[in-house]
Design a protein around this ligand. Structure first.
Ligand SMILES: [Zn+2]
Length: 321
């Protein structure tokens, strides 16, 4: 008989045998940016998460940096009247995200700034690419994503993260960046991004719900795993420096397999809005202790093999460490 219980007999022993621990450097903190000054708009479906104007964003970045969280992911949220069919507001030199990047990097050069690159936050129809009839056109969307990534990089983004799930998007962006000698700007591919019901609160936060249809034509079917591996392999081949599995908790098998197969490329797991709100609301309803449930979920994501975790809970989690 092996005496496993001996290994768990005290908190000290459990700490000695723990295989995984979480540190501030494991996290990427996602932020929603809006126009204006002094804006801090609550998001009804995401407790304690706000859309921030750039001045407020600077305060927020300062406070997470002091916690040791040095990586942020920016999403631009613009009013409906500024959106058009092509998402033009997203790829100009002075777009909301470009201005936010410039100000953040100026105030905090040590912050690692990642930008979301997709059309859905800027298109009137809310889809991630250009439409032809009701179809999202893959190849015609690529130059627009590349242009958006280029503008973010010129503004000072350390890393661009294409999330549109268009085939060839990483290659198109890498070529455009390299063509402008921006060889050091990194690319984080949203490689295995599943069409998930867990994105509901995000669409509320980013006002990016599709006006018609859904995104199943380009995001992955959750009944598949090998396609996800192929998507990751393609992004690595095209030049991605980080690859992502999204969502996280319901896709730990995918994270585990990807981290075993792609050892040279960090696997980033996105604990998405629905995961965050589910745990927050469950804790608020008294179903479980908030800190403990997040500790368990985030540890599981890292144990599965995630090198970095994108989480709305990161600052609160680190405060409790
Ligand atoms: Zn999108």
């Amino acid at each position: 008989m092996q005496r496993f219980r001996y290994l768990r007999a005290s908190g000290e022993l459990r700490d000695h045998y723990a295989e995984v621990s979480l540190a501030p450097g494991d996290f990427i903190y996602p932020c929603f940016v809006v126009e204006g000054r002094g804006a801090r708009e609550p998001i009804a479906s995401m407790p304690d998460i706000y859309r921030l104007s750039i001045d407020r964003l600077l305060d927020e970045v300062g406070s997470v940096l002091r916690l040791g969280i040095d990586k942020i992911l920016l999403f631009g949220v613009i009013p409906p009247e500024k959106k058009d069919e092509r998402g033009t507001a997203g790829f100009t030199r002075d777009s909301l995200v470009c201005r936010a990047v410039r100000e953040v990097k100026q105030a905090y050069p040590e912050a690692f700034v990642i930008t979301d690159v997709c059309l859905c936050e800027y298109t009137s129809h809310g889809h991630c690419g250009l439409l032809h009839g009701d179809d999202v056109e893959n190849d015609a969307t690529l130059p627009l994503l590349a242009e958006m990534a280029l503008q973010h990089a010129l503004a000072g983004a350390d890393c661009v993260a294409p999330s549109a799930m268009m085939d060839g998007q990483v290659e198109a962006i890498r070529r455009r960046l390299d063509g402008e000698k921006l060889t050091k700007t990194r690319i984080m591919g949203y490689s295995a991004k599943y069409a998930s019901s867990l994105y509901g609160p995000f669409r509320d936060a980013a006002a990016s719900a599709p006006a018609f249809g859904d995104r199943k034509g380009y995001q992955m079917d959750y009944r598949t795993m090998f396609q996800g591996i192929q998507e990751i392999a393609a992004d690595v081949e095209e030049g991605a420096d980080y690859v992502m599995v999204k969502p996280a908790l319901a896709y730990l098998d995918m994270i585990a397999r990807a981290s075993a197969l792609f050892r040279d490329t960090p696997i980033v797991a996105y604990q998405v809005s629905g995961e965050y709100s589910m745990l927050r609301l469950g804790a608020a309803a008294g179903l479980f202790d908030e800190r403990r449930i997040f500790h368990e979920a985030l540890t599981a994501i890292k144990r599965a093999g995630a090198g970095l975790i994108i989480s709305y809970y990161a600052p609160e989690f680190v405060r409790g460490l």
